[in-house]
Design a binder for this molecule. Structure first.
Ligand code: NAD
Length: 424
């Protein structure tokens, strides 16, 4: 597909370079650096699933656990044909930094299955999900490793994982396992506000940036890549500030309208048709023109490596708010910095999802049910505090915000390792 950007570099190489830059600058203890440079466990499972027509297909799934010194492993599950061990390693590592920046008691993990869910029926996806959960077995668990949604996975898939996991536990322990997964439907033990949490977090961090810069969000223009969970919610919540969505791209294509696209109306259209490409209240756009859109804010909310040495020069914005994980590669990052385009880095900007996952986990453990106001106000507080830590660290070290975000995370991890020591 012409407007489908390809993966351009190995994302784990990017994570390692980002880590090294921050570790050098903050002078991370060399012994602790050795530990954090490695993932802890890498689980690969190959498993058979019966298709609707009776054939058997083999699938490969992964769960990478990067670090759990701050708490249980935590991170999403992705269903996508580009999922491989390196991508999952990178995503797991980012989760460790994210939880550490926000100050929640979780470590980092990520998982996924390498397949294209568009090519399978709902019944097949359910069987693939259940068989993957079974294959992972006790490598996940409510106090050990807690998955959540990511690209092409949703609350329904989380409910199937919950049901499969508890079905494999002894009967008297089943009710104590609801927190094995977060991002569940609310009726199945999910939290209010988890569906919009990542997009909400993106908007809270943009609000803080706007306050700092004395930038008025009312009337500001923005464009969004990816109109799934993160992109659609970020778009809808930006509308509440009176900001104007002027272009959107998803896997089906890109569209734009200078007078603005109504995110609620587009969301209803996408839920019905599966993509933005044929939305009649906007005109189609090629990928290069989409990336060149003149606007105040760009919110990448799709996949990795979209802002690269080829595309970073095209951007015509003052802020990139990274809803996606790893949307900017190393060269893209350098170009944005040279061009003085502000960046709210992924490990800060999209942390709203893991925060409300933490709230869901807490509610399940305590048999509580919080109202939406409580969830939102606690989320905002944690994100604003993290934003301020990153901003102040960037100032202190005279560095870019991504490196500053890493330094905030690494300092916390370094402190805990020093306090606990290394066994034996
Ligand atoms: P999703 O599956 O709900 O949506 C993904 C969107 O990206 C879809 O609109 C899809 O069409 C689009 N897309 C896919 N390939 C594309 C391409 N090549 N070009 C343009 N658009 C493309 O996924 P999501 O949960 O919204 O996740 C999006 C990003 O946000 C990912 O990087 C994910 O890791 C990150 N993230 C998600 C959460 C969460 O809570 N879901 C939390 C933190 C970070």
């Amino acid at each position: 597909m012409e407007n489908t950007p390809k993966k351009q570099s190995n994302v784990y190489v990017n994570v390692t370079k980002q880590f090294n830059k921050a570790a050098d600058l903050m002078k991370l203890d060399p012994e602790i650096r050795k530990i954090l440079a490695k993932t802890t466990n890498e689980i690969t499972v190959n498993f058979p699933v019966k298709m609707d027509d009776g054939r058997i297909e083999m699938f490969t799934g992964y769960r990478v656990q990067h670090n759990n010194v701050l708490g249980p492993y935590k991170g999403g599950l992705r269903y996508h044909p580009a999922v491989d061990i390196d991508e999952v390693r990178a995503l797991a590592t980012w989760m460790t930094w994210k939880s550490a920046i926000i100050n929640i008691p979780f470590g980092g993990a990520k998982g996924g299955i390498c397949f294209d869910p568009q090519r399978y029926s709902a019944a097949e996806i359910q069987r693939i999900t259940r068989r993957f959960t079974f294959a992972l077995g006790c490598n996940i668990g409510p106090e050990y490793d807690i998955p959540a949604p990511d690209v092409n996975t949703n609350a329904q898939i989380m409910a199937w994982i919950l049901d499969t996991y508890v079905s494999t536990q002894p009967p008297h322990e089943r009710q104590a396992c609801t927190h094995v997964i977060t991002g569940k439907p609310v009726e199945a033990g999910g939290s209010l506000g988890r569906d919009k949490a990542t997009g909400q977090g993106v908007v809270y961090t943009i609000e803080e940036w706007a306050k700092d810069k004395k930038f008025n969000l009312k009337g500001a223009t923005y464009f969004v890549q990816g109109f799934g969970n993160v992109g659609s919610w970020a778009s809808i919540l930006m509308k509440q500030h009176g900001s104007k969505l002027i272009a959107v791209e998803d896997v089906t294509g890109a569209i734009s309208h200078h007078d603005g696209i109504d995110p609620d109306d587009l969301n209803a259209y996408v839920l019905e048709t599966g993509g933005v490409a044929k939305y009649s209240r906007a005109k189609p756009l090629d990928h290069k023109s989409f990336m060149s859109t003149e606007a105040d804010i760009f919110i990448p909310a799709a996949l990795e490596n979209q802002i690269t040495k080829e595309t970073a020069f095209l951007l015509n914005v003052i802020l990139v708010a990274e809803g996606a994980n790893g949307p900017t590669d190393i060269e893209g990052d350098e170009i944005l910095q040279e061009r003085k385009i502000d960046i709210l880095p992924d490990i800060l900007c999209n942390a709203g999802g893991v925060v409300v996952s933490y709230f869901e986990w807490l509610q399940n453990k305590r048999s509580e049910f919080w109202d939406l106001e409580e969830v939102d106000s606690k989320l905002r507080k944690l994100l604003v505090n993290a934003y301020m830590r990153v901003r102040d660290t960037a100032e202190k070290y005279k560095t870019d915000w991504r490196t500053a975000a890493y330094i905030v995370a690494l300092m916390r991890l370094e402190k805990v390792y020093k306090e606990r020591g290394i066994f034996p």
